[in-house]
Design a protein. Sequence first.
Length: 445
Amino acid sequence: MRVLNIKSVLGRFWLLKLLLFPIFLVIWPFYFSYLYYFYSRQLSKNAGQRQLFFLALDQYGVTVPLLCYVRCWSDVRSSASLVVFTPQIELVRKLAKNICPAVQLIAPPVLFSNFVQRAFNVFARNFVFVPLYHKLLRKYPEALYINETRNVSKSVYVKHLDEIYKNRPYDSPFWDAYVETRKVFDVRYNVAQDFFQLAKDFRGIFVDEALVQDLLSGLKVPGKYVVININVKDYSNKIQNIRRIAHFERYNVLIDYLIDKGYSVVLQGQREQPFFSPRKGFIDYAHSKFQSAENDLLLFGGCEFYVSSKTGAEWYGLVCDKPVLGLNYTELSSMQPCSRLRFYPKRVRNKEGSYLLWREFLKHPLYFQLGQSLPTQETFEFVEMEEHEIIAAVEEFLQLLQKPREQWMNYSSLQADFKKMLHPGHLDLYHISGLPCEAYLKEDS
């Protein structure tokens, strides 16, 4: 019998959260009623005047794209109001101030000290904000959101109303996995496609150059620099480890290569980032006193390009209009529409040691592996890139950087073949201009 581990469930500050739980139970009815009154009053004032956007998840990979969608909408169509249904109100406020400053933000004031609020959030998120979100979403069905709260969309998707599924070229395990993905995951693909259309003409936010220089001076970053993010989170769900970078030391060749090419290399992120050996030209911003949401935007705003594993921060490539090189990529059905994107996916190997060719992968149910197990007949593993593959990818990317934006659409013959194999069933990958590196496609040729 499995024993419940309180520390793993509650995470950081677990003892404080445990002590606060009885207090939360007492004040919950009053807190819920107060917030319902607050949201109802604010929404009644704005209904019909502005387009409503609802944010109910406080993850970077959800918050940043929605804020960018709000910015694109405001620039092209009409004014907007963003309604925040998460406890991370201050973080959203800071990000919105820079990404979409014209939006009207509807969020309640923070009632507790920052320390108590962070411990309190574990209860408030699920027992206050999520119920309020669903209650008010029923009242304002015209509100837009890209991501639903987890597992809610299971009852929403109906495959017989899905034009993509109805127009599938054949029945196969691939399409079975497609249906399972649409049932289980929380992305509203029709809304996401509208966002992608708007994002095609988006050229990034304005970043104050003086503030960028102040940050670079504090970090002692000389000359031009590249931002990197290496996601080494130890996901509790074993399937989620397809994202995790276990051998971060392989990125030393990338850091040294970029430094030799005249770039400084700045490690961005938070505590999930690894510790690399100090060297001239390498700056560990992730573990420095300068790390903050505001400085992240400044850092991206001034960089030459961004190198990232699969993580929410990759969306800053779109927000700041910077070229992005994705290494060890997974989850290809969930992508960002950055106009200058190249990526090198993790390769896939079965238990006998044979690799799945990319043409096979695009037709395989494993394509939809997004962190939850989908039915497959074989056991596969996602294999991290080797050092020579990392160097091949960055060499190719540096050559591409010399070309004007419109020439990024001049695909090689292999990339054109890859593009021809895509159809709407591949979801986000079908709707973006970004493609795998030529070096990755050649591996199977």
